[in-house]
Design a protein. Sequence first.
Length: 329
Amino acid sequence: MHTDAAVPTGPPLLIFPLLAFMAFAFWLIAGSAWAGSGSLPSNATMRSSGQGWDCAAGFIERGETCRANQMPANAFFNGETYGKGWSCERGYRENSGQCTKVEIPQNAFLRERNYGLAWECDRGYVQSGDACVLLEIPDNAYLVESGFGRPWKCNRGFREDGDSCRAIQVPANGYLSNSSLGKGWTCERGFQEQGNRCSEIVVPKNAFLADSSAAATWECRRGFRTQGDRCVAIKVPENGYLLATKYGKKWACERGFRELADRCAAVVLPEHAYLNDRGTGWKCDRGFKKSNEQCLKIVVPERGFIDNSGNDWGCPAPYRRRRDACVLS
């Protein structure tokens, strides 16, 4: 049986994007040729694309013609075919279609911009109305490039004091610091600050100067400890050695000895024992268990085994330890 195919009632959907693209392209071409798209007028040249024309330098497009650009005195053609087509020369500013001379006060210079104030004061001067006045810089100060705050800073060795620079009084055995905080000076090595002077640090016997900002300005040599304002010898017992610490006990016992009051007592090993990791005590060999001060052999019951510690026994599953035997659960 023959059936006619359905006839579409409208264009396929793909036609609509194509039509939109063609309309956009036509708009671009027409728009680019709209200005200067007629016959070539006087004082105009064809574009390199062959579509449309542009006015020659010194002429401005007005409809389908190129009219001479009326440029004021002290101006130059800037090559633009839109707008005015001219700009004022350096040292002039546009004012109501004319180029008027910029009045630059003494101790000022032209700025390279066409907005705001047309001039700027020289270094060391500040704007005051339409003039540049000399900055008041105190003695022992210098100019700084700062957009805020004071335009000057005090020389090294001086501090701000109101609108002046006051000399920093450095005491004997002191020197100027590079910090704006504090007093502006630091004591030399071997001296410490006391008020407004630098006092010599008294280093006791068996001590040395410390490179520290802490209160203590000296430290005792190895083998000595601080006691008041002197260094006393550290008493290391026999079979002991010095520790590299500033705090707590300054000595420890050698391996195989343990601390007992102020001496090092030998660690007595019972039979079937060995020194522990720290070396200050002992542990029983595998298969032996500590009991008081001796190592007793572990009696392993039937079906039992020595556990991972090596100093006790356990039972395999499904047995459980009960008193001195392994029994079924």
